[in-house]
Design a protein. Structure first.
Length: 298
């Protein structure tokens, strides 16, 4: 600086190294997500580490300055998420470095992720292609009318329903996520819609971030989706509730808006390599996703 009254010195020339995400204290990861104003709790990070793998960028004294995770749902497919660079270090190539490492670890898998506005250019430069918009709906829940909340054939899932949950999720997501569904069922309140003894729609709801999140939600039509989601909304009336959906509009989105879950933000679902499932046009009356598990898990 030219002004002699202003003292300055260079303080941030340091080296960073990559390490396994399992090797750091969860408090470090929490500090990272808080720094980019994400709502995750320590428990949310723990849960993700239980399912996935990943890397952290550490400075010389072991502080976490970046992260990236991947969730290997099958030998051929993984979801990527929790890509964060500490604000002080952004636009210096760390995001690119973390992603290259994750992509190398994922081998030839098809990758799917949800890109924030800040990250879109990064993923484009890595050859990810845009597929859909994911709408983040959240707010203070308002109890829906009782007619919607009392559909016939609705009940909580038990462990015996796990295979049906895994199959229904797979029919909407495109890939079996057995470990994730098993872990989610254990820590969520669940509602399944059964017809002739068959699970035709489902919505799980769990603690996450600022309150609760509903997801996954799978159904074949808007009215079934509303039937499984409405009781969760009623159970959290007056509390913070979130649901991230690919539905661009229609009855389901209107229902969410009436229930206090307003559009808060939108991210872009992107894929690397042929993501057959997401490219298939939705066939009427076939199970489809009405709510993702989270932006990271997809
Ligand atoms: C997105 C994020 C991880 C990028 O990390 P980074 O270390 O800044 O990434 P890089 O320095 O490798 O930059 C990669 C590209 O993104 C661009 N970029 C970085 N930050 C950006 C921003 N805030 N807005 C727009 N573009 C940005 C860079 O200019 C670079 O583009 P280029 O290759 O065309 O020059 C980081 O901004 C971040 O943590 N943001 C908040 C959390 C978030 O949104 N994570 C993404 C989840 S999908």
């Amino acid at each position: 600086m030219d002004n002699p009254d202003v003292e300055s010195r260079i303080v941030d020339v340091f080296e960073i190294r990559l390490a396994d995400i399992g090797s750091v204290d969860v408090a470090q990861l929490l500090a990272l997500s808080i720094a980019v104003q994400w709502p995750h709790r320590a428990e949310d990070w723990q849960f993700m580490r239980g399912i996935g793998r990943g890397v952290v960028a550490l400075d010389e004294i072991g502080r976490a300055l970046g992260s990236a995770m991947w969730f290997p749902y099958s030998d051929g497919f993984a979801a990527v998420g929790m890509v964060i660079t500490s604000p002080r270090l952004q636009a210096l190539g760390t995001g690119q470095w973390l992603m290259q490492r994750v992509m190398a670890e994922c081998g030839g898998r098809t990758l799917r992720l949800n890109a924030t506005r800040a990250a879109y250019r990064l993923y484009r430069s890595l050859d990810f292609k845009r597929s859909q918009t994911l709408f983040q709906c959240q707010g203070e829940a308002i109890a829906p009318d009782t007619a919607a909340a009392a559909a016939a054939g609705l009940r909580a899932l038990t462990d015996a329903d796990l295979p049906a949950l895994i199959a229904l999720d797979a029919s909407a997501y495109g890939v079996r996520r057995a470990a994730l569904m098993t872990a989610l069922l254990a820590q969520s309140s669940s509602l399944g819609l059964f017809r002739a003894g068959r699970l035709v729609a489902v919505a799980l709801c769990r603690r996450f971030g600022r309150g609760h999140v509903i997801g996954p939600v799978v159904a074949s039509c808007d009215s079934d989706a509303i039937a499984v989601v409405a009781p969760h909304i009623a159970a959290h009336a007056g509390q913070f509730l979130r649901l991230d959906t690919h539905r661009p509009g229609g009855e389901f989105r209107d229902f969410l808006a009436r229930s206090g879950l307003a559009l808060f933000d939108a991210v872009t679902t992107m894929s690397l390599r042929r993501d057959a499932t997401i490219a298939v046009p939705r066939i009427r009356d076939r199970p489809a996703s009405y709510g993702v598990v989270s932006q990271a898990f997809g």
